[in-house]
Structures are given as C-alpha cells and as structure tokens.
Design a protein around this ligand. Structure first.
Ligand code: SAH
Ligand code: SF4
Length: 381
C-alpha cells in the first residue's frame, strides 16, 4: 500500500526518504512543497531530481480529504464537511477575524467522552482520525483559501483543536500533526497560536507538556465534582482536583502563562451566582495557590434532543461579572457561523446518525455546493 505523505512529520519524512535511499534534505524539500506550496502531485516539484519524481508516485501519495459540502456564513465563517469513509464525516471551520484567521480542526469521528451538552458526544465514537486526516484539514483549508483570496501569504494564523473529538484521546495521531503545524518547514505556526482543547485527559496533558507543548484550553463546565460528573463523564475518572493539578504541572512548559478554562453556560444547570463563586474559589485557591487562568464562557449552542437551553444573556453577564470582580480575566465567546451550524458543539449535528449514515452522506454529496464568497479581511498592521 502507498503511504500518505501527510502522515509524516519531518522526522517521519526523513525516515521515509532514507528508506528510498535519499538524503535528509530531500525530505525538507518534499515537506515544503506539500505544506508550504500546497503541491498536489510530484511533477510540480521542480527542484527534485527527475528520477525521484518518477519514483515517488509508485510508493506514496498526498491524500486530500473529499469534500461533502462547503458552506459559508454571512459572517465569513466557512465550514467544510469532509468524508472520512465508512459513513463518517468530520467538520472543519475557518473563522476570519480582523487580525487573524483561525481554523477549528477535528481529531476524531465522533467522541467517546459523551458530554451531555455536546452533539458530537451524543453521536458516540466512530474512530480516531489519522495524522494525515488531521493535517489534511489544515492543508486543504489553507491552500483553498490562499487560492481564493489570491494570497501568497499565510491565511490561517491560528489552529484550535476544538472540532469534533477529544484530541488527547488520539494523542498518537495528534502529536505528529501538531509538530507539522509548528515546523518552520511546515506551517510555521507559533506554539501560542496552536491550542489543544481537552475535557481533561490528565495523563495525556502531562505527555503533551513533555512532547509538544502548545496553548491549552480545558473544558471545565462545572465548579464541583457532582455537577461535572453529570456533564463531562470523564470527570469520574479524573476529578476536578486532579485536573487542576495537571493544569498547574502543564504551565512551566506551556507557551502561555495561563490555562484557558472553557465553561459552557447552561440555563439553570451551572449558571447561578453560587456556581460562579465556587468557580472563583477553585481557580483562586486550589491547593492554596490557585491556577493562573482565563475563563471563556461559551453560550450553549442548542441541538435537537439535548434537553438543555442556553443561559439568558443577563445571566451570562451576571456570572461573568462575579468572576471579573474576583480578579479573573473572563471573556464571553462570540458565536460565529451559527447560520451554517458551525458553532461549538453543533458540528456534524446529524451526519453521524449511523442508522442511515450512508443515505445521509449520499444526499449531502449530491447537494450543490454554494459558490464561495470570501469576505476580505482587513489586516492589522
Ligand atoms: N473534546 C474537546 C475539544 C472539542 S469541543 C473538549 O471537550 O474540550 C470544543 C469546545 O466546545 C469544548 O469546550 C466543548 O465543551 C464546547 N462545546 C461542546 N458542545 C457545545 C455546545 N453545544 N455549545 C457550546 N459549546 C460546546
Ligand atoms: Fe467530546 Fe469535547 Fe464533545 Fe465532550 S465536549 S463529547 S469531550 S467533543
């Protein structure tokens, strides 16, 4: 079987080249052609020896993901639905802002954690994505956007692993993918601009710190174990105190000197003033020292059958005010792309209903793609 070159970080590419009897610098050339220039076939790679160009197609390929649909929101957000085979689809979302372009990437088809407020969690787990499938989301989006923006410079400046799946339950594929994003010969993203979001897989947070430290976001959602157990089932395995210990251990290696805590605002569930006060107490006083952090409140994005509602705006503001008054930097996440169901937790809302996944995918495949209309971003100097 041919190998997919999108699976390789630079060391992997070097080993592959050595296996072909090629020198290491060839791997750098290949890597740059693929990730920096978006080359799709070996003929384009004009500075590779002709003999190598002719040898490559028999042993390797550059595997794009096939696009089921691409939608654009009126706010400029673009959502791709990619077919990953076997009736599974994953989503990738591009969020343009004045000073940056953020790509939200999926790490798994479905998710095994099963959080109550998350539509991906409700679908259950299908499979881990490969490194190549994680990287292909960035490769595809970056080079698509460059072409459509007629831009020679980098369009995607930030990556957040906040799409479908729990990235730290797929660390074996995630870590090489992160290295490709960070590599100067790859996408050259700074560690501060690549964020892994986790529901709290404690041992893998330690490994991430050792092997590939990037910015870390932790999905907290509740200030006590009883409530968090009911919202994020993984809490039964790694309760809040252990999770916060892992956050404190993470910080020395982290590219930022704080952890971002995500907190999804659920009407009448976790949004009361006493929850805010408990949360404040946790982050200020854990083990007597607290956890340096920012808190990001995410208005809940409803989906069918969740049985949950988003907290009213006034309740979100009251909650935020308590945290701010307590000295914790707090932001409320702006909802982007909700007209195309690209907001947090809405991803692939009904694609993965496996009872008739085949039919659904066929329907999506035949659906006409809306023409792209890129909203030009103003770059800040
Ligand atoms: N599995 C990882 C990353 C993917 S989810 C994690 O849980 O952190 C990315 C973020 O979206 C998480 O903070 C998650 O809790 C949040 N989220 C999930 N469903 C949501 C929903 N319906 N509304 C708002 N945020 C949601
Ligand atoms: Fe999985 Fe994250 Fe959704 Fe929880 S919130 S089910 S961990 S994707």
């Amino acid at each position: 079987m041919k190998v997919n070159l999108l699976d390789f970080d630079l060391d992997g590419m070097a080993a592959f080249c050595e296996g072909l009897g090629e020198k290491r610098f060839r791997s750098v050339q290949l890597f740059r052609w693929i990730h920096q220039k978006g080359a799709r076939n070996f003929n384009e790679m004009s500075d590779l020896a002709k003999s190598l160009r002719e040898k490559l197609p028999a042993v390797c390929s550059i595997d794009d993901l096939s696009v089921l649909s691409r939608q654009e929101s009126i706010d400029g957000t673009i959502k791709w639905l990619f077919d990953v085979g076997g009736g599974n689809a994953v989503e990738t979302v591009f969020i343009p802002e004045a000073d940056r372009g953020t790509l939200c990437i999926s790490s798994q088809a479905g998710c095994a954690v099963g959080c109550r407020f998350c539509s991906t969690g409700h679908q259950g787990f299908s499979r881990n994505l490969t490194t190549g499938e994680i990287v292909a989301q960035l490769w595809h989006a970056e080079h698509f956007l460059r072409k459509h923006l007629v831009s020679k410079e980098r369009v995607i400046t930030n990556v957040v692993m906040m799409g479908m799946g729990e990235p730290l339950q797929n660390h074996a594929a995630l870590f090489p993918a992160l290295r490709i994003m960070l590599d100067d010969h790859g996408y050259g993203l700074s560690r501060r601009r690549v964020t892994v979001s986790t529901s709290g897989v404690v041992p893998m947070m330690d490994r991430l710190a050792r092997e590939c430290p990037v910015a870390l976001a932790v999905s907290l959602h509740a200030p006590n174990d009883a409530l968090r157990d009911s919202l994020v089932p993984l809490n039964r395995k790694y309760p809040i105190a252990e999770l916060l210990d892992a956050c404190v251990r993470y910080l020395p290696a982290a590219p930022r000197d704080f952890i971002t805590f995500e907190y999804c605002m659920l009407d009448g569930v976790n949004d009361q003033p006493e929850h805010a006060r408990q949360l404040l107490d946790l982050v200020r006083s854990h083990r007597g020292r607290g956890v340096p952090c920012k808190i990001n409140l995410i208005p809940f994005n409803p989906f069918p059958d969740s049985g949950l509602k988003c907290s009213p705006k006034s309740v979100v503001s009251r909650f935020a005010q308590i945290l701010v008054d307590g000295g914790v930097v707090t932001t409320v996440r702006k909802t982007r792309g909700d007209d195309i169901e690209a907001a947090c937790g809405q991803l692939a809302g009904d694609v993965l209903d496996r009872t008739n996944a085949g039919q659904r995918l066929a329907r999506l495949r035949s659906a006409e793609e809306r023409p792209i209309r890129i909203v030009h971003r103003e770059r800040q100097a």
